[in-house]
Design a protein around this ligand. Structure first.
Ligand code: MIC
Ligand code: SF4
Length: 678
């Protein structure tokens, strides 16, 4: 039977013995929603989630990673305002040496960009402890973001479990016009689908329009599929993929991959690239999308190009073509953080870097930087145009700033004019660097540079440290700084729980709301007792104090739709866990966060009747009387709510797969894995 590309890659990686309930017979589409287990070929971690991942990996007790390739990147906490960050980096480097991983040093670039350039392979699976791991879909991978504990299990050779996603087809036709970028494609998808439209789904791109997009452009689109809540996104592997891999000196890993003729998608979205116009996601959500034309003339105070979404050579070239020979407007501060050292080297070779410097861009480090609130915070009530993927309130470091997510083209146009501007209205030659319309360096079509120059620039792997052989690895001593504390144990399973409601939150609560990042908090990523003090700080500054008053003895949190959207950070489960949160009851969950809650022994429950959300208040007491039975049988949870308005009983949906129930019963994934659970 005809299969989609996503189905083909997933089926080729199924581990049926880890998931006997799948009832997979081969070749046919797998029923959507059933629990499946897949083999993971590659893993990636970054430093902010990596320390917890490896602390957990150490406790699993496996001498060497069992994947084909595992890479530990340092790209998030590179501000290093005290000893903590560098201590973490040294811990990660020693772990990589000891356990057979690649190590990408601070300054080498953002994990997703570097991974695409140096390690990604069409048709392989990649699991990463970062929500934007789906960037790898741009090269034809099934690349999924997950909590660090799931990644630790995968490094130990364990399968990754997930509900079989739906496969949504995105049919692209036409080609992008001048002034319109790949970012506008994904913003258009977000406009139509919203930040929760992709939960439980893979977005698979196909159609004649795909050919016109380079791999970095495709990666922009798959990267920001994370903002749809999708499991991942995937493009076929074709001639453009081959050209990209060839430019990266890795032509040998290329293979052609596409959906079968007649493959059936769960739904199809059609986008004619030629009709797209420049778009912007307005404050404070990636799906609050409006045409740039509707904002034209609005003053801008800051522009920032970078992040794992838009920091490739294509992006830098698109910016340089617009700003070349011009200068950043006096009222604007502009910065650019190239995605990798490779990108920076290529930009230098192509003359792009000089054009950017002359235009007045501040050249920032090749790292996440401003995207995660590590410097470059906007001014009070500033209007910051960023080529990033998230504009949650306060994430930039300035609570009252207005952050808009835009394409590099739109950002560059605003940088030189000082106001929102449709780039196509400016007088510039978008063929500046190529003679062919866009930067096509990576498609091998560039006429100014010869391929060998590019490859030489691109293959400087000096900041990547290769795995040691087993003998050398055995002698490595793990370096642990004083801020690196062991991961606290998850709570023991309970038959029933009586819990005060300590917080009632609204819809689309992000993991930044649950556990903020930024300069103040990120240094404590390896120290749960300390970082726990910041739990829910963004939405309720008193939460920690209230939890402290309970003696951290147990409490519940209530939320609305899409609870836990955004990051894969386990700290958004670990912080609450440390403060005693035992159950989270919401209208719906974001995928990764729900899995993280389970992995750390917190019971995720959804309201059977969404109207029950209005019947619970902060300060009420919940009694979940049948936890033991619900976890053993899969029956729904019975919850008695006692509050000012009396006592009532509500039902909580138990949508947990058998394995998730077993994990909760074992007291979390680490305990489950140690006791032999798969
Ligand atoms: C993010 O973009 O929010 C992060 C920082 O990359 C996170 C990971 C983290 O919190 O460390 C993510 O997207 O998963
Ligand atoms: Fe880094 Fe930002 Fe990408 Fe997260 S979204 S990985 S912080 S660049």
């Amino acid at each position: 039977m005809a299969l989609t590309l996503a189905e083909k890659i997933i089926q080729a990686h199924l581990v049926p013995q880890a998931c006997p309930d799948t009832h997979f017979t081969g070749g046919n589409p797998i029923e959507r929603g059933v629990d499946i287990a897949i083999r993971i070929d590659q893993t990636l971690t970054q430093d902010a989630t990596g320390t917890m991942t490896y602390l957990q990996f150490e406790t699993i007790g496996i001498p060497r990673v069992k994947t084909d390739v595992s890479v530990s990147y340092v790209d998030h906490n590179t501000l290093q305002t005290d000893f903590r960050n560098m201590d973490d980096h040294r811990y990660l480097q020693s772990i990589a040496a000891k356990y057979g991983l690649w190590f990408s040093r601070a300054g080498n670039g953002i994990c997703h960009q570097v991974h695409l350039e140096r390690f990604g392979e069409p048709g392989k699976t990649l699991l990463g402890s970062d929500s934007h791991t789906p960037t790898g879909g741009g090269i034809g991978m099934i690349a999924i973001g997950a909590g660090g504990l799931d990644v630790a299990v995968a490094m130990g050779g364990g399968a990754f479990h997930l509900a079989m996603p739906k496969v949504y087809g995105v049919k692209l036709t036409g080609s992008l016009r001048k002034g319109v970028g790949a970012k506008d494609v994904i913003l258009e998808v977000l406009r139509r689908e919203t930040v929760k439209g992709g939960v439980g789904a893979v977005y698979e791109y196909f159609g004649s329009g795909v050919e016109s997009l380079t791999v970095p452009q495709r990666a922009t689109i798959t990267n920001m599929g994370a903002e749809l809540g999708a499991t991942c996104s995937v493009f076929p592997s074709d001639g453009a993929t081959k050209a990209f891999l060839t430019a990266m000196g890795r032509a040998d890993v290329w293979k052609e991959l596409k959906a079968d003729e007649g493959a059936v998608y769960d739904k199809i979205i059609e986008i004619d690239l030629s009709t797209l116009q420049p778009l912007a996601a307005q404050p404070h959500s990636p799906d609050a999308v409006a045409p740039v034309a509707s904002l034209a003339g609005k003053p801008v105070t800051q522009v920032c190009i970078g992040s794992c979404t838009n920091s490739s050579l294509d992006d830098l070239a698109a910016v340089a073509a617009i700003v070349r020979g011009k200068h950043i407007a006096p009222g604007v501060e502009a910065g650019i953080a190239p995605g990798s050292r490779t990108t920076l080297l290529m930009a230098e070779k192509a003359g792009i870097l000089g054009d950017l410097i002359r235009a007045g861009f501040r050249i920032l480090e090749s790292a996440c930087g401003p995207c995660i609130g590590m410097g470059f915070a906007p001014n009070t009530e500033g209007v910051s145009l960023r080529t990033f993927n998230r504009n949650f309130k306060g994430r930039s470091g300035t609570t009252d700033a207005n952050v808009y997510l835009v394409s590099p083209e739109t950002a560059a146009a605003a940088a030189v004019t000082g106001v929102f501007t449709d780039a196509s209205k400016l007088d510039y030659d978008d063929a500046t660097y190529t003679g062919t319309g866009r930067i096509t360096l990576l498609s091998g079509k560039d006429d100014r540079l010869n391929a060998s120059d590019v490859i030489r620039a691109a293959s400087d792997d000096g900041m990547l440290i290769a795995p040691l052989d087993e003998k050398a690895a055995a002698a490595v001593e793990i370096l642990r700084g004083p801020n690196i504390k062991p991961c606290p144990a998850s709570p023991a399973p309970a038959q029933s729980l009586t819990l005060p409601v300590l917080l009632k939150a609204g819809d689309n609560v992000s993991t930044d709301d649950i556990m903020p990042a930024g300069t103040k908090v990120l240094p404590f990523r390896s120290n749960i007792p300390e970082i726990a003090k910041f739990t829910f700080e963004r939405i309720d500054t008193e939460f920690y104090k209230r939890a402290e008053r309970t003696g951290f003895s147990g409490c519940a949190v209530i939320g609305g739709e899409n609870y836990g959207q955004g990051s894969s950070r386990e700290h958004a489960a670990l912080g609450p866990m440390y403060l005693g949160v035992r159950a989270v009851i919401v209208k719906s969950f974001a995928r990764i966060h729900q899995a993280n809650l389970i992995n750390y022994g917190i019971i995720p429950i959804t309201f059977a009747d969404a109207a029950d959300y209005d019947r619970i208040e902060s300060g009420d007491t919940l009694e979940i009387g049948n936890i033991g039975e619900a976890l053993a049988t899969g029956k729904d949870f019975k919850i008695t709510v006692t509050g000012k308005s009396g006592t009532k009983t509500i039902a909580g949906v138990n949508s947990l797969a058998k394995r998730s129930r077993d994990i909760l019963n074992a007291g979390g994934l680490a305990a489950y894995t140690r006791s032999g659970g798969q």
